[in-house]
Structure formats: structure tokens, C-alpha cells
Ligand binder design. Structure first.
Ligand code: TXA
Ligand code: MG
Length: 337
């Protein structure tokens, strides 16, 4: 397939919207990561997304809308808490899991009776969805298993020739995917951490918000304990975000971590390995989120053999969300110092 790579001008957004409405695939920028869009109500279009990404079909898609009121097309009921969350965090990097309406196809929800909905903050994204006139299923626009795409070139590297249009917008502001907040059960729970934290949601709804207990836990440890590793978000169980390089996370007190990374760098370079270092400032988790995936992709392009990463110590904020991606990228390969 020939992919058109287009600047997101008004005319091109309209062209792309028409392609979406006609069942085609359009990759587009959002404030979190680039998305791969298809008409969420068209099972044939959604199937093409799974094919283009090489994604397991039980992994549900987030449905993107352009106006908050459009959530009514997807869910039969909105609790006061849900309305509150919408008022506080939309448009923005927060996906809400709600009960789904009959008309939302199984292909979109991975067969679940819930659906994830997001109103993005990105103007290009909203203009595209609005002009298409349909809700837009939008997983991250990467090949399944690879680091998420935060720059147009990342999308081109993964999906050129596999989709109809790539809208070549700016680099993504946030850099990690949206927070996924389950509001379909009694107790609100974060299934995927992002830059909107449980604490912020708690402040908005005046209710306790939990984290899925499987988050940031090595599945092998759970199996050893005899616990079943069953995250509520199907996507969280897959191998994810992996760079081509081997990756090791070094965890411990900051100075000790720095020393150990330098020691391992020296050893590896003596062996002739090309070493990449990921060591973010602890004070600036937002910056860590912004550059995490981009750095992984850049190191792959530079032919790095081994990535040594310093663990972030944050236990429930934005650093925790970055650690969630880091742990998966490294296959939970951790050295404690
Ligand atoms: O920031 C984002 O959310 C980006 C941009 C493009 O909007 N999209 C994105 O989609 O990250 P994706 O498909 O790569 O990740 C969606 C995650 C998966 O972990 C999936 O399992 C979970 O959301 N999810 C979607 N619908 C769900 C549902 N009904 N119940 C539980 N988890 C759900
Ligand atoms: Mg993804």
C-alpha cells in the first residue's frame, strides 16, 4: 500500500477524515503519543488496525472522540463521578473505561463489555475526529511490541506502506500514553499509569482511587508466589516497548546507581559493546516521560547493544508511570545496588 505522508493542514485533515469515514487507516498526532486511527464502529476497519500493527486481537482499543458529549454514543450511563472526571480532565491524557453500548463492536473492545474513551487535547487530533464524524479507535501508532511513537518519523519508520495516511505533526508533548482509569466498577482504579495520577483523580472526585495491583510487578515474581498475573487491562500483559538492545535497570540509592552504571559501562565497553545510558533527573519526571520512548528509539538507530537505565524512585506519581514503561522495556531485568 502506498502511504501518503501529509502535513496536518486544514485540507489534509479533511482528506484524512474522509479516509477514516470510508474505513481507511490514518496515523495522527496526539498530546501523548501518535495514534493509528480507524472508524471505531466499523469492525472491518478496526481489523485492519490489528493487522497493520501486528497486534493480538484480544487487546482492546481506546476510542477517541472530539466532544465530551459524544461519549453518549458509546456508553449507556454516566455516573456523577464519571461526569466529574470528564469535567476535570478532558480534553487531556486520560482514558476512561466505561460500560459499553451494544453498537460498539467486539473488534474494538476485544470482546469486553466495557470501552475505553478519550477526548485528546491535541488540536490536530480533535479536528480530525470531528471532521470524520465517527468515533476513532486509536492504539499507539507503532508496530506491536516496539517503543511507542512520539515523533512523526517514528510512525514513518514503523508504518510506512501499511496505512493510508500519516499526518506528520509536531513531537508529542507528554511522551507516554494516557492514564487508563477504570470507572466501570464500584471502585475507580488506574489500569495504566500516566501523567494524570491517582492523587489528582482522588482530589477531583473525593473518593479513593486505586492502582491495579499488578502494575510494576514482575510477572515471574507473582507466578513464583503462586498468584495469577492478571492485569485488568489486557494490553498490560504483553511484552512491550522493547528496544532492540538488551536493557538493564539499576535500582538503589542515586549515587550508588550512578557508580554502578559507570562500572557496567566500563566493563561492557571493554568487551566491545556499544552502551547507551538512560539516567533521568529525579526532580523532573515530566521530562523523563517526554523523552523516554524517543531515547529508546534513538539508541536503536545508533546501534546500541546494551542500555543501562537508572530506576526512578517515585512510588505513585509520574515517575511511577515512566517506571511502568521502563520495566517492560527491560523485561523486568533489574540489578539492585
Ligand atoms: O495515549 C493513549 O492512550 C494513546 C493515544 C493514541 O491516544 N493510545 C494508546 O492506545 O495508548 P493503546 O491501544 O496502545 O493502549 C490502550 C490500552 C491497552 O493497554 C488496552 O488493553 C487498554 O488501554 N484498554 C483499552 N480498552 C480497555 C478496556 N475496555 N478495559 C481495560 N483496558 C482497556
Ligand atoms: Mg500501545
Amino acid at each position: 500500500m502506498e502511504t501518503k505522508i501529509l502535513e496536518p493542514t486544514k485540507e489534509n485533515i479533511e482528506l484524512a477524515a474522509k479516509v477514516l469515514a470510508d474505513g481507511g487507516l490514518v496515523a495522527f498526532p496526539t498530546e501523548t503519543v501518535y495514534g493509528l486511527g480507524a472508524n471505531a464502529l466499523d469492525p472491518v476497519a478496526v481489523k485492519k488496525v490489528y493487522e497493520a500493527k501486528g497486534r493480538p486481537s484480544d487487546n482492546p482499543m481506546i476510542v477517541h472522540i472530539a466532544r465530551a458529549s459524544d461519549i453518549g454514543q458509546l456508553t449507556p450511563m454516566l455516573s456523577a463521578d464519571i461526569v466529574n472526571v470528564i469535567d476535570n480532565f478532558w480534553p487531556g491524557p486520560l482514558t476512561i473505561i466505561v460500560k459499553r453500548k451494544e453498537g460498539v463492536p467486539n473488534e474494538t473492545t476485544g470482546g469486553l463489555d466495557t470501552v475505553g474513551v478519550r477526548l485528546p487535547d491535541s488540536e490536530v487530533a480533535r479536528a480530525l475526529i470531528e471532521a470524520s464524524g465517527v468515533p476513532v479507535a486509536g492504539p499507539s501508532a507503532n508496530l506491536s511490541g516496539k517503543p511507542s511513537p512520539t515523533r512523526a518519523q517514528d510512525v514513518i519508520d514503523d508504518l510506512n506502506g501499511k496505512v493510508d495516511i500519516i499526518l506528520k505533526g509536531d513531537d508529542c508533548r507528554v511522551g507516554i500514553e494516557s492514564t487508563v482509569l477504570d470507572m466501570s466498577a464500584e471502585k475507580p482504579m488506574i489500569l495504566r499509569p500516566g501523567i494524570i495520577t491517582a492523587e489528582q483523580v482522588e482530589a477531583a472526585i473525593g473518593k479513593e482511587v486505586g492502582y491495579d495491583p499488578t502494575l510494576n510487578v514482575d510477572p515471574r515474581d507473582m507466578e513464583e508466589r503462586g498468584d495469577e498475573f492478571k492485569p485488568k487491562s489486557p494490553g498490560m500483559k504483553y511484552k512491550h516497548y522493547a528496544p532492540k538492545a538488551e536493557m538493564l535497570i539499576v535500582e538503589g540509592e542515586r549515587e550508588a546507581v550512578k557508580k554502578e552504571i559507570n562500572r557496567l559501562r566500563g566493563l561492557n565497553e571493554k568487551l566491545g559493546n556499544k552502551v547507551g545510558i538512560l539516567f533521568f533527573e529525579e526532580q523532573d519526571f515530566i521530562e523523563a516521560a517526554h523523552s523516554f520512548f524517543a531515547e529508546l528509539r534513538d539508541m536503536d538507530k545508533q546501534g546500541v547493544d546494551i542500555i543501562l537505565a537508572g530506576a526512578l524512585s517515585d512510588v505513585n506519581g509520574v515517575g511511577f508511570a515512566v517506571m511502568n514503561r521502563m520495566l517492560k522495556s527491560a523485561g523486568y531485568n533489574i540489578a539492585k545496588v
